[in-house]
Design a protein around this ligand. Sequence first.
Ligand code: NAG
Ligand code: NAG
Length: 437
Amino acid sequence: MLSHLAVAAFFALPLTQAVLTGRPALTPDHDHAPVSKRLPSAWYQPDDHHVHSLFKRQSATDGVTYATVGSQEWLNAYPPGLPDTSQMPKEWVDALNAAVAAGKIPDIPQSRNTADQDPTYPDGLDPTSPKVCSGTYQCQIPGDIWDAPEGYLGCGFDDGPLPTSDKLYQFLQQNNQHATHFFIGTNILENPKEFVMAFQTLQDDIAVHTWTHPYMTTLSNLDIVAQFGWTMELIHNSTGGRLPKFWRPPYGDTDVRVKAIAHEIFGMTTILWNQDTDDWSLDQKGGTSMDKINTSMTKWLTGPKNPGLIILEHELSDQAVAAFMSAYPVMKSNGWNVVSSAQLSGAAPYQNSPSSNGPVTPAKGVIVGDFTSSTAPSSTTVTSTASPSSTSHSTSTKGTKSSKTGSAVALQIGVSSSWMLTGIVGAVVLAVVTLFA
Ligand SMILES: *[C@@H]1O[C@H](CO)[C@@H](O)[C@H](O)[C@H]1NC(C)=O
Ligand SMILES: *[C@@H]1O[C@H](CO)[C@@H](O)[C@H](O)[C@H]1NC(C)=O
């Protein structure tokens, strides 16, 4: 009902957008040019001139002109909250239909959950069976990453970017430490400054933590595509055309169906973790404490080096950031190789670029899977057993792992765009669902 106007306005968005790219290549030693070479009448600007901040650390791009991160055009181009699947690009729906037709997406039912509960599956389906293999129940799907190589510690943070990220980013920069940021799409929209800091200044790796932080296994195939698609598109269009290679499921909640959509359609690999600080609950009643985190961190960091560590940490609160900053010297003094989680395999953090400043191979779109050679009938359609408004509204804060952000955060975004109406309706739906859940 609400969608037609919004759809029309969305597709009418101006294609000519502010200039982010197209900067000339720099000499690599630009910042280190000896002062003695500077003549009084030199044509160039002094090193403290503000123009240098525009060119310094500029990342390579795919040559396409994208809307400037943080601009109104940029903000208006994306759903401010829970995505309406009737408004997503047709290519995404086609790719899903083709993947299903090709037998690439396991046909298992959606899980269900009510607040405070781990998702469960209908018909007595065992979540730990290979048929389902739910991450919530610690079932490890082959190909998913849970452990680091011996002696390595995967450095990564969930749920940013947020205002609390600032302190973390200063710390990472001071320590010349790279990390992977598993970003929530709607948090990127809300905190463009922190996003640019992470990607452009730190040149850290950007990965996907979904659009609104739902329990992914509770969603329909279409809703899963929307959660991945919008986050991929936003990261792609805000990083000079890079396609993230990794994603992390909120609450660790994935299964063979969710994994297949991430991998077959979007080309992503899942990164989980093998130790959990519970740092998301630091500011919660009955949550963990700095002392408890110190104790478990000390145990892990002074313990065996094989397998290596992937510790679940968040850039969600000052305390969570402080817990990492406290543990960091202990990681180093115990001889851990601390590397960005997305680089644990030694491969690139992006599907079409080796790094946040390396060359970018242009991608046709965020859909990576190619099912055009599929022999399955093209008339096959996807069965979506849940409408977008009836899923993924859990705002549970008591999950055994991961955080409390998500749709509630998403709906706080102030937007003056065609998406406003969608956001308001979404908020009302959320309120109603929450009331009657
Ligand atoms: C992302 O960038 C592409 C150009 O590569 C453009 O066609 C598309 O409209 C952009 N998406 C959004 C949501 O702005
Ligand atoms: C734990 O706290 C002690 C005392 O403040 C500190 O010396 C130590 O580095 C901390 N360890 C970790 C892992 O944070």
